[in-house]
Design a binder for this molecule. Structure first.
Ligand code: CU
Length: 178
């Protein structure tokens, strides 16, 4: 599911600037050859000044490449969790006063355009007044405004696209106290 190829193809389009910078290093990490070091030299990437021979650069690049590979493995491992619901407000299963907004926190950053939350009453009537939006500063947070909710049980259905391009969905209920 989480091969590096997918991450490499999709990440630069979807991730922020810092992630882009990280991903520029990806081709190097996937090719453990001295030619890569030479390519970097030709492109004017700063070196330690020992331009005269790539042989002396190899151990240095090998160490860097090993670190990049290691961090990639760790990133990929974390990504395999997909975006799952971490917690919500109102809390899952809790009884609360009528909220104005339902907030859901996920385990991964979300893609705004493809992440939805809908709130239904026990008759299946839609109670959210607009579309869910990912918070601008916390992309793990998805919020949806709701009508004034009479006492009862409400079902929250969510479907999210995380930045690792995987879609997950789920639902939970909360209660509004009489
Ligand atoms: Cu995933």
């Amino acid at each position: 599911m989480h091969d590096l190829d997918i991450a490499r193809k999709s990440a630069p389009k979807r991730l922020g600037k810092s992630a882009l910078n990280r991903n520029r290093r990806l081709p190097i990490s996937t090719s453990l050859s001295a030619e890569v070091g030479q390519a970097r030299l030709r492109r004017g990437v700063p070196t330690d000044g020992r331009e005269s021979g790539h042989v002396s650069l190899c151990p240095r690049y090998s160490a860097i490449l090993a670190l990049v590979l290691l961090s990639l493995c760790m990133k990929t491992g974390a990504a395999s969790a997909h975006a799952l619901l971490d917690h919500a407000d109102p809390r899952v299963g809790n009884t609360v006063k009528s909220p104005h907004v339902v907030s859901l926190w996920f385990t991964q950053n979300l893609e705004t355009a493809f992440s939805t939350v809908e709130v239904f009453d026990s008759n299946g009537a839609r109670m959210n007044t607009g579309n869910a939006a990912v918070d601008k500063t916390d992309r793990k947070l998805l919020r949806v405004p709701v009508k004034a909710l009479p006492p009862g049980t409400y079902t929250v259905k969510w479907r999210v696209l995380s930045v690792d391009t995987h879609t997950t969905e789920g639902n939970f209920t909360f209660h509004v106290a009489p």
